[in-house]
Design a protein around this ligand. Sequence first.
Ligand code: UDP
Length: 310
Amino acid sequence: MRVLITGGAGFLGSHLSDRFLADGHTVIAMDNLITGNTRNIAHLAGNSNFTFVHHDVTNYIYINGAVDAVLHFASPASPIDYLKLPIQTLKVGALGTHNALGLALAKGSRFLLASTSEIYGDPLEHPQKETYPGNVDPIGPRGVYDEAKRYAEALTMAYHRVHKVDTRIVRIFNTYGPRMRLADGRVVPNFIAQALRGEALTVYGDGAQTRSFQYVSDLVEGLYRLLMSDFNDPVNIGNPDEMTILEFANMVNEVTGNNAGIIFKNERIKGDPQTRQPDISRASSVLRWEPKVKLREGLEHTIAYFREVL
Ligand code: UDP
């Protein structure tokens, strides 16, 4: 297959590029580099099956020749980033998704939208099934990301229903691993960087809020299976292993041997979701997929990466 990956220089886009190349496909990675970085794909330079195109997908996307699949991963994704880049975030979810779908329609490609557990907002259903419509405040600070992705899902289903584009929607839950940006503000790089510097870990709020962390290789496997399936409705891909942020902080201190402890800070953003855990029964029955990497093991790989970066 010849595959276009928007956001191809980002954390997930670069791991996807690796996976598709490893399986013998050709990859065009497109990125405007506002949150992505060519460091993530530097190891692919010189690979004749790989091309990088510096382009902002909110503008018309032109690709010469056949495209078998479009994987739309371009978007700021860390709360810190989308608070700094609210309009770009809305534009890439709306205009960027429109351009990417238009390309898929013109080329007869499969289309995979990277959506997010954020479409569930601060959920009133626990764990979250794909049938749960969510609890999102459109004008809250996180609304720029949540609503952009909700619109992107709506547009994807409209192209599927009206234009018969062969679409997929993945709702990605918190994912971590090598190539996350050290300073992207999310809890995994923040805690690891603080721990490796011997600083106290900053827990926002009381730390009772929960997240469920999945290692990036599990996500990539789920995405690959979803693309190869014929399933058009949204599928959660995440690790149901849920913990509080305080428990997670203790774990990072333990694994890194950091003795500086924890400090509590005010809630980062109004409306921080209090719980988050995927129900993965759909992925398990439709894709025969389940996460394999335990948190401790994934953390060790990620810590090794950040040690080098630091
Ligand atoms: N968080 C924290 N300390 C940090 C960074 C994040 O306590 O240094 C908390 C944050 O308030 C949220 C959770 O960790 O409750 C996950 O935040 P992240 O930015 O990783 O992603 P989110 O799941 O909120 O999109």
